[in-house]
Design a protein around this ligand. Structure first.
Ligand SMILES: Nc1ncnc2c1ncn2[C@@H]1O[C@H](COP(=O)(O)OP(=O)(O)OP(=O)(O)O)[C@@H](O)[C@H]1O
Length: 620
């Protein structure tokens, strides 16, 4: 059992409040937040008591004026609240942080922050990856996935699939009997490094629905949920351990009041929907708070399903999660009503009791239980002695039970080991490939020397990359070859690429058609960064050596990369000229006109490929 932790944060005056010469009506001292109603005169008696409202929370943060003695910067919020989220996730607990407050009160600033002053979400993610780097050294394998959605006008939109058809902007929320509510077809993204997450955050944030209101120039009109699924697996003293935790980081839309925000038309309609979720959130919080103090044992109805937001956050509110609420408030007297309402909301949330548990993999749990039972059975056998027939019968059944449990335990442990070694290999492979988004593009940052197929089949839509083995990579049309090529003039065993001390050399088999940068290969030929390899007349590759490329970049020595352009004329059905720019690696296709054909004679002629010379030769 754990209560929801609640923190309050007071932001600086905004321009509008400064222009209105607003008075500051909030005070903060330790855990206490005091709100003063300036409209009631100070004095004795009941009226004066009405003037001041005191609230106590787990944390009260004064972020009103930098330089004040108890000023709370972003890093303090992270140190107090974010570090807990990270350690909970590492222990296998679900965690949730949600920011609640009036429009323009600092929710996005607290959760996401800015480039120069990052908020909780980037700090939590960065710390998770730092911890993972340490854990990996100790042999732990991690799998981290991210999804990012917004709820706008009670519809769920995938923030990481922008440009998708409209139906993907209205995803369905469903409920799994064991896993609970989830969003159908929501994209999840495997991440290997912190910059991967940064890129996803940047992309998702740029797709959030925002608009300008009187209260905030870039007001978030939606509730945004950034979810990190964190799975870790390791062997501890030969015992498999596997946990899965979900971290929901939620930036709610601001509560609206038409008079305060100047909302009309679409903004007013949004307000009604935003309020529907927030009103339901309020009802859920009240019902949970009521349930927590109830002694009669009668269950209170919790209206989770009345809004998409509360349905999706069901586990975080009263369920299996360690949850933190951050209530953000304005210090200005003009916002007294909204601030009071936020503080009351937060005060009620303090009473919510959650039931967090460590999310252990069910099979691992079973293995652990079986091992305990096996240990007990062994102890019983040792203590049972061998007196009389009855004792022998009992001993026999103990031995049978023991061997049955040992067999089951072995089967489950083997399955677990196999699953994780496979996952580990896949993750390692993906990490080596370093697939990352760059704007609309996808970049493969492989760390190992490789060939990229430049495919002339107009119906091929995939990109093929072949890693070279350390030592020998065989190429040919036989299934036993490391790289199997079909069609054209490819021989059963066509050529071999030797990779030794980081240097790749291509050796052609007798009668095989191989060219490197337009030079026919009749003796071992060294492959250099960016060179073009043509095999069997119709298979064209670009060779990449990431280490050589990095060295050349460092040296600023691009001179050796010849700027000349090679053009290859295919005599295959496509009849296109492909131009290859050696420096950028760009391949362009254009229709071949008669005037382009300067077929070279010699080895390539009649073999399905003629080589056209560009302005000059590329380096061989
Ligand atoms: N603690 C703070 N310190 C400095 N600036 C802040 C702080 N909190 C908020 N701000 C500034 O106030 C403005 C509004 O903040 P923010 O966008 O985070 O509000 P919000 O509650 O997310 O609003 P909405 O509900 O409209 O999206 C921003 O310019 C932000 O930089």
């Amino acid at each position: 059992m754990a209560s929801v932790k609640v923190a309050v944060r007071v932001r600086p005056f905004n321009q509008r409040e400064l222009d209105l010469h607003c008075a500051c009506i909030v005070e903060v001292e330790d855990k206490k937040t005091r709100l003063v109603n300036n409209k009631i005169a100070a004095g004795d008696g009941a009226e004066s008591r009405e003037r001041v409202k005191d609230f106590t929370f787990d944390y009260s943060y004064w972020s009103h004026r930098d330089g004040d003695q108890h000023f709370a910067p972003q890093v303090q919020i992270y140190d107090d609240l974010g570090t807990d989220v990270v350690s909970n996730a590492l222990q296998g607990y679900n965690a949730c942080v949600f920011a609640y407050g009036q429009t323009g009160s600092g929710k996005t600033f607290t959760m996401m922050g800015s480039q120069s002053n990052p908020g909780l979400i980037p700090r939590i993610c960065e710390a998770l990856f730092s911890s993972m780097a340490e854990g990996r050294e100790a042999g732990t394998t991690y799998k981290v996935e991210v999804s990012y959605l917004e709820i706008y006008n009670e519809r769920v939109k995938d923030l990481l699939r922008a440009g998708a058809p409209n139906d993907l902007h209205s995803l369905r929320v469903r409920e799994h009997p064991k896993l609970g509510p989830y969003v159908q077809d929501l994209s999840t993204h495997l991440v290997h490094h912190y910059p991967d997450i940064q890129e996803l955050m940047r992309r998702g944030n740029s797709h959030r629905t925002t608009a300008s209101t009187h209260m905030n120039d870039t007001s978030s009109r939606s509730h945004a949920i950034f979810t990190v699924t964190f799975i870790q697996a390791k062997l501890q003293s030969d015992m498999p351990l596997e946990t899965r935790s979900k971290i929901h980081l939620v930036d709610l839309a601001g509560s609206e009041r038409a008079d305060a925000t100047g909302a009309t038309g679409q903004r007013l309609k949004e307000g009604a929907h935003i309020n529907k979720s927030l009103v339901t959130l309020g009802s859920v919080i009240s019902a949970l708070a009521e349930q927590a103090v109830k002694t009669s044992g009668k269950t209170v109805f919790i209206p989770y399903r009345d809004s998409v937001l509360t349905w999706l956050l069901k586990d975080s509110l009263g369920g299996n999660s360690k949850t933190i609420m951050i209530a953000t408030i304005s210090p200005a007297d003009v916002n007294y009503g909204e601030t009071l309402s936020t503080l009351r909301y937060a005060n009620r949330a303090k009473n919510i009791i959650n039931k967090p548990t460590i999310n252990e993999d069910p099979n691992v749990k079973l293995i652990r239980e079986l091992r305990e039972e096996i240990l007990n059975l062994k102890t019983m056998l040792q203590e049972s002695g061998i007196f009389g027939l009855e004792a022998n019968v009992e001993k026999g059944s103990l031995i049978a039970a023991l061997s049955q449990k040992q067999a089951k335990e072995k089967e489950l442990t083997d399955q677990w080991n196999e699953r994780w070694s496979e996952t580990h290999t896949i993750l390692q492979e993906q990490k080596t490939l370093g697939l990352r988004k760059a704007g609309q593009g996808v970049v493969l940052d492989s760390e190992r020397p490789h060939l990229v197929l430049i495919d002339d089949n107009l119906l091929t839509t995939g990109v093929t990359l072949y890693h070279l083995n350390n030592g020998m990579t065989t190429i040919g049309c036989l299934p036993t070859q490391d790289i199997r090529l079909e069609g054209g003039e490819v021989l059963e065993e066509h050529c071999i690429i030797y990779l030794q001390d980081g240097e790749a050399t291509l050796e052609s088999r007798p009668d095989a058609q191989c060219w490197v940068n337009s030079q026919f290969v009749d003796k071992p030929s060294r492959l250099t960064q960016g060179c073009v390899v043509v095999l069997g007349g119709s298979h064209m590759f670009r060779y990449n050596d990431p280490q050589e490329a990095a060295r050349l970049r460092r040296e600023g020595n691009k001179a050796h990369l010849n700027l000349s352009r090679l053009s290859f004329l295919s005599r295959s059905a496509t009849d296109l000229v492909r131009s290859y720019d050696n420096l950028s690696g760009l391949v362009t296709l254009r229709n071949c006109c008669e005037g382009d054909r300067h077929a070279r004679d010699g080895t390539s002629s009649g073999r399905g490929l003629d080589i056209l010379e560009g302005d000059s030769h590329a380096r061989a």
